[in-house]
Design a protein around this ligand. Structure first.
Ligand SMILES: OC[C@@H]1[C@H](O)[C@H](O)[C@@H](O)CN1C(=S)Nc1ccc(F)cc1
Length: 395
């Protein structure tokens, strides 16, 4: 969507996978969907280096509204859980130098049964703009699939007409795929990023299913990605309970290769240091935010290895080698078997980023360098061809 936003994949925090629809603030005040949760996350994001690392949007998902619209037909936050209201919460988040995201649905009701926006697109867009909201996640539940395109496009226009810059995160293709192949040109024109596939869960099998779907549809979805519009493989679940550290490294590496929005869903108030270090790894974030804005894709699969590659600015290449075997120990993968290694002619500079940072120096085309990858882990590296021609600026 050409609204000047999401020129790089969006970075931030989104409540759903970790906090879901927990509205019981009486018995679970620290984890229920309430203004306190986002204020505390905003505080931590500033205090613990998340904002500095690039994580900017604090996002509310489903279950925030009251079950009734107000007398003027506007959505309103649940008064018990959001006593200050959304505008005040936005002001607080802005006072921390962060941005606030909110959630609505194209149909009659949201997926969790709260008021949907069907018949209220203009009103809801204007309400969010009046509250100084900076991002809208627009879900696709409870609407006849034939009305999805019209709904997503009408909300896009309504947001634009408010005159406020509001990043527009869609789920249009996700809800259309079961019926027909989506039109990615229309989707890119309408949204700043779009969910294509099932919700992520806190498990390696869920992350694998998202990677498998993306690889098997890469010819369709990869070309549509670029500054202003990205494929959204759903939230980062790093820092929760279901992924081993190797699997957390795999999700971080592959989301960077896929130029995916980096929207964490975890408890930043209580996260293990290794996960925090991984999520704030500057070299991985640099790959994710690369200005060339090209999405990477799977270039090889075999012997229970997968190779994913992403072209980067300044003729560099990011490479991820994923070990799909879930038995045995670390396995070696010859760097010369990376399809993109053919550009290392006559040589390349190689920087290993995961599982640890190590400058591998200049490697010749015939390099015998072996990358060791743990089961369900990933080796992530950047490769910079050193061409034989003298750079034009040197005598
Ligand atoms: O209710 C909101 C929740 C999150 O926003 C997800 O990111 C959205 O993809 C939708 N969503 C959920 S749980 N959707 C959903 C997932 C499974 C299902 F059987 C019915 C609805």
């Amino acid at each position: 969507l050409d609204n000047g936003l999401a020129l790089k994949p969006t970075m931030g925090w989104l409540h759903w996978e970790r906090f879901m629809c927990n509205t019981d603030c009486d018995t679970d005040p620290d984890n229920c969907i309430s203004e306190r949760l986002y204020m505390q996350m905003a505080d931590v994001m500033v205090k613990e280096g998340w904002k500095e690392a690039g994580y900017e949007y604090v996002c509310i998902d489903d279950c925030w509204p009251s079950l009734q619209r107000d007398a003027r037909g506007r959505l309103q936050a649940d008064p018990k859980r959001f006593p200050g209201g959304i505008k005040k919460l936005a002001d607080y988040v802005h006072s921390k130098g962060l941005k606030l995201g909110i959630y609505a649905d194209v149909g009659e009701k949201t997926c969790a049964g709260y008021p949907g926006s069907l018949g209220h697109y203009e009103t809801d867009a204007q309400t969010f703009a009046d509250w100084d909201v900076d991002l809208l996640k627009f879900d696709g539940c409870n609407l006849k699939w034939t009305l999805l395109g019209e709904g997503y496009i009408n909300m896009s226009k309504a947001l634009n007409r408010t005159g406020r810059s509001i990043l527009y995160s869609c789920e249009w293709p996700l809800y259309e795929w079961p019926f027909q192949k989506p039109n990615y040109t229309a989707i890119r024109e309408t949204c700043n990023h779009w969910r294509n596939f099932d919700d992520v869960f806190d498990s390696w099998s869920s992350v694998k299913s998202i990677l498998d779907w993306t690889a098997s549809h890469q010819d369709t979805v990869v070309p549509s990605a670029g500054p202003g519009g990205w494929n959204d493989p759903d939230m980062l679940v790093i820092g929760n309970f279901g992924l081993s550290h190797d699997q957390q490294e795999s999700q971080m590496a592959l989301w960077a290769i896929m130029a995916a929005p980096l929207l964490m869903s975890n408890d930043l108030r209580d996260i293990c240091p290794r996960s925090k270090q991984l999520l704030q790894n500057k070299r991985i974030i640099e790959i994710s935010q690369d200005p060339l804005g090209r999405q990477g894709y799977r270039t090889a699969k075999g012997n229970s290895f997968e190779v994913w590659e992403r072209p980067l600015s300044k003729k560099r290449l990011a490479v991820a080698v994923l070990n799909k075997q879930e038995i045995g120990g670390p396995r070696g993968f010859a760097i010369s078997d990376v399809p993109g290694w053919k550009y290392c002619d006559p040589q390349c500079n190689v920087t290993l980023i995961l599982p640890q940072y190590k400058e591998m120096g200049v490697q010749a085309k015939e390099s015998k360098l072996i990358l060791y990858v743990n089961p369900s882990g990933t080796a992530l590296l950047t490769v910079t061809p050193i061409s034989k021609h003298r750079p034009h600026w040197k005598k």
